[in-house]
Design a protein around this ligand. Sequence first.
Ligand code: NDP
Ligand code: 8X3
Length: 253
Amino acid sequence: MNKTILITGATSGFGKAIALRFAGNGYNIIITGRRKERLDELEKELLEFENTKVLALNFDVRNKEEVISAIESLPDEWKAIDILINNAGLAAGLSHIDNGLVDDWERMIDTNIKGLLYVTREVAPLMVARNSGHIFNIGSIAGKENYENGNVYCASKAAVDSLSRSMRIDLVRNNIKVTHIAPGMAETEFSLVRFHGDAEKAGNVYNGIDALKAEDIADVIYFCATLPAHVCINDLVITPTQQANVTTSYRRV
Ligand code: NDP
Ligand code: 8X3
């Protein structure tokens, strides 16, 4: 019987690549996100894989009621979720603490921390009831090390790192694995969102860097998810080879 994976933020970047990586490999896939047209397109793409069922849920992780009713709406056979990928998230803005936009701060905290918690609060009990599961939390190297202007984004991802450690402690007795993934620079829509749609600024972030691709993160997650039952990878920092830490990259010009 196929396993079931639920991915938040599957309309783009890592989430979409993860959905495509697991499709056709014995998984039924629950894709989620706010952009309905993108979900519809991805659903069609995934259904082309043999032996994969797909269910799309259109909700905003910041909206607690939407999260609760989306998970409650799942038919019973889809509630047997084996893998949860807490991926939906963003950076908004890049500025010193004395002139950051409070709206940007709230978006990051509401999505990266509170949204992740709302989804986990609904899915973890389903895993506990089955005494089985694997939760992946997508943090960031920015949650491990701080950089100038990163303040609230760094703090939100440090919270994801901390929550991952707590989840592992709380859920160890329930046979649930918790894996924290902390990527460095990856070329997705991430920087376009951070710079509020400014494509030029976003493109400059990766100048001279052979950045990570969404597929690289999907491959690592697939590897972690398919290890033997007694093996749990707790925490991984993944950077492009040209990035030594959050502030030191070697750009080829
Ligand atoms: P993208 O912008 O390409 O994808 C982000 C995804 O999150 C989209 O599918 C988006 O869907 C979803 N999302 C954002 N806000 C919400 C919301 N309120 N409700 C539901 N879904 C939401 O970026 P990435 O793929 O790069 O980012 C994925 C995760 O990886 C994020 O948590 C990010 O912080 C993290 N990360 C990214 C790195 C990078 O360099 N790219 C490095 C380290 C970590 P939609 O807009 O349709 O709702
Ligand atoms: C994204 C990595 O360094 O741009 O989480 O903040 S960084």
